[in-house]
Design a protein around this ligand. Structure first.
Ligand code: ZN
Length: 602
């Protein structure tokens, strides 16, 4: 047995007040004073969250006698030098319904390690043990625990990990939940759903199995002995976080498939896309990871220019896999793709920030978006997905279908995942060249280190798919798949986004180059009249759209509590909404290209 032993016990101490109590026993602490700290961030979500702020009280004892514990900074504590075992006891407030932190009430408990477990400095590689307790009382008798943590022998709700970083990579659900099991290449998988829902579990298992298996085929290997989809079904929520052996997902209960529901609804398609995304991460970011993330320090930010590789390529494959697995049609996939193209086309920030810069500044820009974000940044998810698509189509075309992005990803896995070597900052580009033998320098220079749009128009045309950009019809228009080319209207617009869910025409964002920006209309302004006619969120677009580019509009608005009159010259709405359709003159070669890319049987 290791001389050093670290045992955590987490108790849902006061569910009504959302308080967990954690006791941490250390057999042989640092004789010069043991240091502990709470991580500031959770891997996979690149934002400083300062989990220590939820510690509401902390104390320490040695042989049942209180000892001094001193706080050193916002997240670090030190106890006086001690030769014997010590126990640290702390209470944590847990009331965050997201996949990143911790939650507790009288109906359910959920937590992520980084937000609840103190890191014992100098002992990160020592084995640790965890006991998850149930709250006291009759009403909690039937609660159970779901996690991908390794069980510690036969002891109920007891787990073990080879070190701190393994311990904190397994979210834990406590309460009453439904679960179902399935296998992928003989490896046990489980889905656990908490929250009220009517999901058709056998259907879910069968669909997930196909997604997982299609991904396994890309990488050629499923490097695990178990996997858990941990789902919280709520009224309105969406999110996911990847882990090595599991994923935590938050979804709308309405998105889950009901019994006898044949069709894949838009919501269910979105849910399957989310599952697919997080599962793909078990290779791409959890096991193949940037060198900067190896032995990842959790006390401050880490920087890489490669997030687009880990999030963008994953976002490309998450939807592609749905069509490859036969769960959605090619047209349904192209609808999703058109929506991604639209999202990117609507942000002028894509001409100011490169994918590498977007990755590098994730902490302060992507994760801290304000009203100016569309004018200043580009998403390494959505533009990353389009660059991944473009790279895939380029490789397929220029290698005469000898290679595809799949080959690069498999080599990526073999070179950096199997070997557990961190990916150097130029590792992905070098490998893509090595695998395909193509000259990709100008591609990366233009679309990854530069701000150009990838040439999807020409590339999709070779697959018999027509890419068309047109004006947005209304705020709910996200673009999509059309059976034929669409009508062109000439609508006018202010170049703003209105706040949704309110009756007032309140401005959320003002876009670069638009009429509103030129006239000085700003985020937060509440428009009340257009040419003397009262306007609301409902009628504002119509009031502006029918104007003329020759005549200014008199717009009354409130900025803070002052009524202002501003003259605005509306402009033609930009062609920033994507429609994809099959070209009417698709040749058989184009169709077979498309079928190979989407891997549909011809
Ligand atoms: Zn992701």
């Amino acid at each position: 047995m290791s001389a050093f032993m670290i045992c955590y016990k987490i108790i849902p101490h006061y569910p009504e007040a959302h308080i967990y109590r954690v006791t941490l026993d250390i057999t042989s602490p640092d004789e010069n004073g043991q240091i502990f700290s709470m991580p500031t961030w959770i891997p996979g979500s690149y934002m400083v969250r300062d989990f220590a702020k939820n510690v509401v009280s902390i104390s320490a004892t040695s042989k049942d006698k209180p000892i001094l514990i001193t706080q050193i900074d916002k997240q670090t504590w030190k106890i006086a030098g001690s030769t014997g075992p010590v126990r640290v006891i702390y209470d944590l407030y847990a009331w965050d319904l997201s996949v990143r932190t911790a939650y507790l009430d009288q109906f359910r408990g959920y937590f992520n390690g980084p937000s609840v477990f103190l890191q014992v400095h100098g002992a990160e590689s020592e084995p640790c043990f965890l006991e998850v307790c149930l709250p006291e009382g009759e009403r909690y008798e039937h609660w159970s625990v779901a996690t991908s943590l390794r069980k510690d022998g036969a002891r109920q709700r007891c787990y073990c990990a080879d070190g701190y970083f393994e311990l904190i990579d397994h979210p834990v659900e406590i309460g009453l939940f439904e679960s179902a099991k399935f296998q992928v290449a003989s490896i046990p998988h489980e889905i656990v759903i908490s929250g009220r829902h009517n999901a058709d579990l056998p259907r879910l298992c069968s669909d997930l199995e196909q997604i997982c298996d299609a991904q396994r085929k890309i990488f050629g290997q499923l490097p695990l002995d178990r996997y858990l989809f941990l789902v919280a079904a709520v009224g309105d929520g969406y999110g996911g976080l990847e882990h090595k052996y599991s994923t935590s997902l938050l979804c709308n209960r309405a998105d889950l498939p009901k019994a006898k529901q044949q069709k894949i609804s838009d919501g269910y398609r979105r849910f399957l896309g989310l599952c697919s995304h997080e599962y793909f991460h078990l290779w791409n970011v959890k096991r193949i990871c940037p060198a900067a993330f190896v032995d990842v320090p959790l006390d401050s930010e880490v920087y890489t220019r490669l997030l687009w590789v880990f999030e963008g390529i994953t976002s490309y494959y998450d939807e592609l896999i749905l069509v490859r697995a036969g769960l959605i049609t090619a047209e349904s996939y192209l609808e999703l793709l058109a929506q991604t193209i639209t999202r990117v086309a609507r942000v002028q920030g894509r001409f100011k920030q490169t994918l590498e810069e977007s990755s590098f500044n994730a902490w302060t820009k992507f994760y801290k978006q304000d009203e100016n974000a569309p004018n200043a940044i580009v998403s390494y998810y959505s533009k990353g997905a389009l660059v991944a698509l473009s790279l895939d189509l380029k490789i397929r075309h220029e290698s005469a279908d000898k290679y595809s992005l799949d080959d690069v990803m498999r080599a990526f896995w073999n070179k950096y995942g199997v070997t557990k070597i961190g990916v150097p900052e130029d590792g992905f580009e070098r490998l893509a060249v090595e695998v395909t033998g193509l000259n990709l320098h100008s591609f990366f220079q233009s679309y990854v280190r530069g701000t150009e749009d990838p040439p999807l128009h020409e590339q999709l045309a070779r697959q018999g798919v027509n890419l068309e950009l047109r004006q947005m019809k209304d705020q709910s228009d996200l673009g999509g798949f059309a059976t034929s080319s669409c009508q062109h209207e000439s609508l006018l617009t202010l170049g703003v986004k209105f706040l949704t869910g309110v009756d007032e025409a309140k401005i959320q964002q003002v876009f670069d180059g638009g009429a509103a920006q030129q006239a000085g209309i700003s985020a937060g302004d509440e428009l009340v009249a257009v040419d003397g006619i009262k306007c609301t969120a409902k009628n504002i677009d119509a009031l502006v759209a029918v104007g003329s580019t020759e005549v200014s509009l008199n717009i009354h608005l409130f900025r803070r509590d002052e009524l202002l009159l501003i003259q605005v010259q509306p402009k033609a709405a930009p062609a920033d909404t994507c429609n994809l359709s099959y070209t009417t003159d698709s040749t058989s070669e184009m169709i077979s290209n498309r079928c190979r890319w989407l891997q549909i049987d011809e």
